[in-house]
Unconditional design. Structure first.
Length: 477
C-alpha cells in the first residue's frame, strides 16, 4: 500500500545528510584515492633560511640552505594523473608538469620548496611545492598545494637524500585518530615488535600499516595469552580459578580493563564491553583507593603502602554468576587480611627496595659498622640509607662493593630474582616517568618473560603491562 511522505521531513533529511557530508573531515578529499609519496618537508631548525622564502636559488644541491625531514608513505589527495608534456624550445626538449594536491587535516603544513617523489612513478621525478592555499572544514584546516615538476634525475635524488636530517613513516590509518600518525624510523622496528607488522606492507595500497601483517606484536600476544587464560566467555568476565570449580572475581581489575580499553580496537569490530558483576554502593570510593586508579592517573602519591583484600562470596541474584550457579568470590579492599600485591612491587614503585636477608647490609668502607642482617647501626642512626650501608642511596640493596653495581638502578637485585622483577621494573619506571624513549624498553626480556604462568599475580598485572606498553606506543613514538 502506498504511503504519503511529508515533503518537509524529506527536505530536512536530505539537508541534514548534505550537512553531515560537509562537516566530514575528509568529504572534499575523497573525490579520488590517495597517492602515496615520499615527502620532503623543510626542517626549519636545520635549514639556514626561513621556509617562507621563495627566492632560494637551488633547493637541491651542495649550496642549498635547505634541510628536509623525509616522510615515507605520505598520502596526497586529489592528485592529478601525471602526463608529462614535452616542450621544444631554444634549449632543446624539456618536460613540464603542474598540478594541485590536498593535505589531510591535522597532518603537516606544506611550505613552498617542499619536495616529494611519487612512489608509483618509476622515473626519478622530483616535484616541488610552488604555492599553498589555506581552507577550512569547520574546525579542521587543510592545505591545497600547487606543485610542478622540478627534476628528472637520479643524481638529484641522491643529493636530496643527503640533505635529509630526520626520517619518519606515515601510518595512514592513524590519521584523524588519537594514535600517532608520524612514526620516527628509529622507533619503527620497536613498534613493529610491540604492535606487529613487518618492514613492508601487505595491504597493496602503497601505505604503511603497523600491525597489518601476519606477524603478531608483543601487545597482541599478551592480550591473547591473558584472554585465553582468564576470560570466562559465558559470563563475559575475567576470573581467576583457584581450583577446578571456585573462582575469584576482581571487580577493580575488570573495571580497569574496561576503562583502559585494552581490548578495544578502532580498526576492528571486535571489542570486549565488561559489566560490573559485583556491584555495591561503596565501589566508586574503593576504586579511587585502588592500585589501578593510581595507574590510570600515573600518580605515585596514590600508591598505598600495602594492598590487602578479603574474599566475599557473590550471592546477588541479579549477578550472572548466580544465573549460572557458579561459586565466585568477589574481592573487597575494606578490612582486607590477605596480600593483594607484592610488597616488593610497592617498594619498587615508591623507590625503597628492601634488602634480602642473605644480602649483607654493611658499610663496605667500614665492615664493623652495622648489622649484617638488619642494617642497624649500633652507634645510632646512619647517615646513609635505611639499610645502613652508608652510601646515601635509599634504594641501595647494599651491594655497593661489587664492581657491576649501579646504585642509581633501584633493581640491581634483578640478577638474583629475575623472575619477579621485570613487571615490577616496567610498572615502576612508568609510574616514575623514567622511560623517555622506546629504545629504553627491554623488549627481548619482555618476550622471554613467563607471562603464560597461571598465577594470581599475572591475573592482576598483565592488563597493567598491556596498558603501559600501549601508552608508551602512543606517547613515545
Amino acid at each position: 500500500m502506498a504511503k504519503f511522505i511529508s515533503k518537509t521531513q524529506y527536505v530536512n533529511n536530505a539537508t541534514k545528510t548534505y550537512e553531515n557530508n560537509l562537516n566530514s573531515i575528509y568529504a572534499r578529499m575523497l573525490q579520488s584515492n590517495p597517492v602515496s609519496v615520499t615527502y620532503f618537508h623543510i626542517n626549519n631548525i636545520e635549514s639556514t633560511t626561513d621556509s617562507g622564502f621563495l627566492d632560494i636559488q637551488e633547493a637541491i644541491g651542495p649550496k642549498s640552505p635547505l634541510r628536509y625531514m623525509q616522510i615515507n608513505s605520505y598520502p596526497l589527495f586529489n592528485f592529478p594523473t601525471v602526463q608529462l608534456d614535452l616542450l621544444n624550445d631554444d634549449q632543446g626538449l624539456d618536460v613540464e608538469f603542474e598540478g594541485d594536491a590536498i593535505h589531510l587535516p591535522n597532518t603537516i603544513k606544506p611550505y613552498p620548496n617542499d619536495l616529494f617523489i611519487v612512489d608509483m612513478i618509476e622515473k626519478p621525478c622530483i616535484f616541488i611545492c610552488t604555492s599553498v592555499a589555506y581552507d577550512t572544514i569547520k574546525s579542521h584546516n587543510y592545505y591545497k598545494m600547487s606543485f610542478s615538476l622540478r627534476h628528472i634525475s637520479e643524481d638529484r635524488i641522491k643529493q636530496l637524500y643527503r640533505q635529509v636530517t630526520d626520517r619518519y613513516t606515515c601510518v595512514y590509518e592513524n590519521i584523524g585518530s588519537e594514535e600517532n600518525w608520524l612514526i620516527s624510523d628509529d622507533n619503527k622496528s620497536i613498534l613493529n615488535d610491540l604492535l606487529g607488522g613487518g618492514s613492508g606492507n601487505n595491504s597493496g595500497d602503497g601505505f604503511n600499516h603497523l600491525g597489518s601483517s601476519t606477524k603478531q606484536g608483543l601487545i597482541d600476544k599478551l592480550k591473547t595469552i591473558y584472554k585465553v587464560a582468564y576470560y570466562h566467555e559465558r559470563t563475559n568476565t575475567f576470573l581467576y580459578a583457584y581450583d577446578y570449580r571456585n573462582f575469584i572475581y576482581d571487580r577493580y581489575l575488570n573495571n580497569f580493563i574496561y576503562n583502559s580499553k585494552i581490548y578495544y580496537n578502532a580498526m576492528s569490530t571486535d571489542a570486549l564491553v565488561l559489566v560490573n558483576e559485583d556491584v555495591g554502593l561503596e565501589f566508586d570510593y574503593e576504586y579511587e583507593e585502588s592500585f589501578y586508579n593510581a595507574i590510570e592517573h600515573r600518580d605515585v602519591g596514590l600508591i598505598k603502602d600495602e594492598y590487602l583484600f578479603r574474599p566475599l562470596m557473590i550471592t546477588n541474584k541479579s549477578s550472572i554468576f548466580s544465573f549460572y550457579d557458579m561459586d565466585v568470590a568477589g574481592l573487597r579492599m575494606t578490612f582486607g587480611t590477605e596480600e593483594y600485591l607484592s610488597k616488593y612491587l610497592i617498594n619498587c614503585i615508591k623507590g625503597r627496595i628492601p634488602s634480602y636477608p642473605d644480602i649483607p647490609t654493611v658499610d663496605p668502607d667500614d665492615p664493623n659498622k652495622g648489622d649484617s642482617n638488619t642494617g642497624e647501626d649500633p652507634d645510632g642512626p646512619s647517615s646513609g640509607n635505611n639499610n645502613g650501608c652508608g652510601c646515601g642511596k635509599e634504594c641501595c640493596p647494599c651491594k655497593c662493593n661489587e664492581s657491576d653495581y649501579d646504585p642509581n638502578d633501584p633493581l640491581n637485585w634483578a640478577d638474583k630474582y629475575p623472575e619477579y622483577t621485570l613487571p615490577y621494573k616496567l610498572i615502576s619506571d612508568y609510574m616514575n616517568g623514567l622511560i623517555t624513549g622506546l629504545h629504553q624498553l627491554d623488549i627481548e626480556a619482555l618476550k622471554k618473560y613467563n607471562f603464560k604462568k597461571y598465577c594470581f599475580e599475572n591475573y592482576l598485572l598483565i592488563p597493567v603491562i598491556i596498558y603501559i606498553l600501549t601508552r608508551y606506543c602512543k606517547e613515545l613514538s
